[in-house]
Design a protein around this ligand. Structure first.
Ligand code: IMP
Ligand code: MG
Length: 194
């Protein structure tokens, strides 16, 4: 709190992680916006005005979902599930933790499961099974990114923003040890050229 007559404290720098040293931009904010617009168009066309239940996989799907849902000009319900497979600073998946809230009403619903990236496929395969077991009418998958070269279970997204090689990426919701989710672009931390 500033006392009366005292100058306001200087604003600190933007509270955003700097882009990690040595990283390179794979997709700019502008390219992501265009992909999100195209995906919204595809999704609207696929559901033909039927009500959709968008189920967001937290935390990675948060930023993508916020942008995509505002372009889905159609009847829409929104729910969230929790999933985590990367532990601490590891860049390879560990055990999978998932939580589908019992209160999430999925019976008879057209569900669109949304995540940041389809990697080995284990997370979305498990979640798809859970959602089907709750009596959904249909389950489809949308991810912003797809790394088909890493697939461990046979699974394909119905809607995909970008296909990428086996590089570890952060930004636009994707994290490394819970950092960098707030970068407005997607950057690669290493590996082959996209
Ligand atoms: P999957 O179960 O192996 O398909 O893993 C999916 C989850 O792993 C995603 O929801 C992400 O949270 C995480 N993940 C996979 N690849 C990356 C990456 O390159 N950067 C950050 N997170 C990733
Ligand atoms: Mg995730």
């Amino acid at each position: 709190m500033t006392a009366p007559g005292e100058p306001a404290p200087a604003r600190t720098a933007a509270p955003r992680d700097a882009r990690p040293a040595g990283s390179r931009v794979l997709f700019t904010g502008e390219q992501i916006r265009a992909a999100v617009e195209r995906l919204a168009h595809e999704i609207r066309a696929a559901y033909g005005g039927e009500e959709l239940t968008l189920v967001i996989v937290l935390h990675g799907g948060l930023v993508f979902a916020a942008d995509l849902m505002r372009r889905l000009d159609m009847p829409l319900r929104v729910g969230v599930v929790l999933a985590s497979s990367y532990r601490g600073t590891a860049t390879r998946p560990g055990d999978l933790d998932i939580h589908v809230p019992p209160s999430l009403d999925l019976a008879g619903r057209h569900v669109l499961l949304l995540d940041d990236i389809l990697d080995t496929g284990r997370t979305l395969a498990r979640l798809t099974d859970e959602i089907r077991a709750r009596g959904s009418r249909s389950v489809r998958i949308v991810t912003l990114l797809d790394k088909p070269g890493r697939r461990a279970v046979p699974l394909q997204a119905d809607f995909t923003g970008f296909t990428i090689p086996d590089v570890f990426v952060v930004g636009y919701g994707l994290d490394w040890n819970e950092r960098c989710r707030n970068l407005p672009e997607i950057v690669a931390l290493g590996g082959p050229e996209a």
